[in-house]
Design a protein around this ligand. Structure first.
Ligand code: NAP
Length: 238
């Protein structure tokens, strides 16, 4: 991909499957140049091959969001490829809980949720700010969950719930801190979606799960920065 000033660039984390893959598809159809990351470069390339059938060139990079050196490498690679970034979609996430309870969950599982879903998202966002600042209308979209709402916390899903609650807090803080730079930051609950994480019983397709994310990337007013959305409507953090 050769940098061009008039193009719109979007970066999606965890774009190799699930909601992230559907987001990449819809961004391409909306005319974006799409860059996505995956933990496995091989899987990223396979997913890019499927996306290339849409007729666009896609750039992929390996990135593990729990590894700061991996985030740094991505930043270095991107700086050789693009000189602005319009949309960052923080989609990569894990659901660490198995049969856990807040009464028994291990530190290891709590750390896995926080390191991936919250701390990784914050650190990647920090790393990509210089590129976002060069966009004329930069947007950051944090893919959260119903479990991140105060009323959605679940005692049997402690690691995931707490990590998404903290991600929602990070969205509010980032929106406030980035307001002077004109960077909009949103949180979104995609709904219950049929993916490896959501399972076969989920009512929504990945394409339906991607809808509000794409709306935030393309249509939502920057004046809504700091807010939390489901089905294109603002929802309460509580
Ligand atoms: P998914 O199919 O399991 O995909 C998750 C993606 O995140 C994969 O690409 C995965 O990579 C990547 N990932 C996991 N750990 C990572 C790490 N350490 N570094 C970089 N990438 C990592 O799940 P999904 O349902 O599409 O979920 C996407 C987002 O939506 C998540 O943030 C999730 O919490 C949120 N969400 C989903 C639902 C639902 O019902 N599905 C509901 C609410 C919120 P690998 O392929 O290498 O594992």
């Amino acid at each position: 991909m050769k940098y061009q000033q008039d193009k719109k660039y979007a970066l999606v984390t965890g774009g190799n499957k699930g909601i992230g893959f559907a987001v990449c598809q819809q961004l391409l159809m909306a005319g974006f140049e799409v860059i996505f990351t995956a933990r496995s470069l091989e899987q990223a390339k396979m997913a890019a091959t499927r996306l290339n059938s849409l007729g666009s060139q896609i750039q992929v990079f390996q990135m593990d969001i729990t590894d700061d050196s991996s985030i740094h490498s991505l930043k270095e690679n991107l700086s050789q490829t693009i000189n602005h970034l319009d949309v960052l979609i923080n989609n990569a996430g894990v659901f660490p809980d198995t049969d856990d309870s807040i009464l028994t969950v291990s530190r290891e599982l709590l750390q896995m949720g926080m390191n991936t879903n919250t701390f990784g998202t914050i650190h990647l966002t920090q790393a990509l700010l210089p590129l976002l600042e060069k966009s004329s209308e930069p947007r950051i979209i944090n893919v959260s969950s119903e479990r991140g709402q105060l009323s959605g916390l679940a005692t049997d899903v402690p690691s995931y719930s707490l990590s998404k609650l903290a991600l929602n807090g990070a969205t509010i803080l980032l929106a406030e801190a980035l307001q002077p730079k004109g960077i909009a930051v949103y949180a979104v609950w995609p709904g219950w979606v049929r993916t490896d994480m959501g399972g076969d019983e989920a009512p929504l397709s990945p394409e339906q799960g991607a809808d509000t994310i794409i709306w935030l990337a393309t249509e939502a007013s920057p004046s809504l920065s700091g807010k939390y959305f489901y089905n294109r409507q603002e929802i309460s953090y509580s």
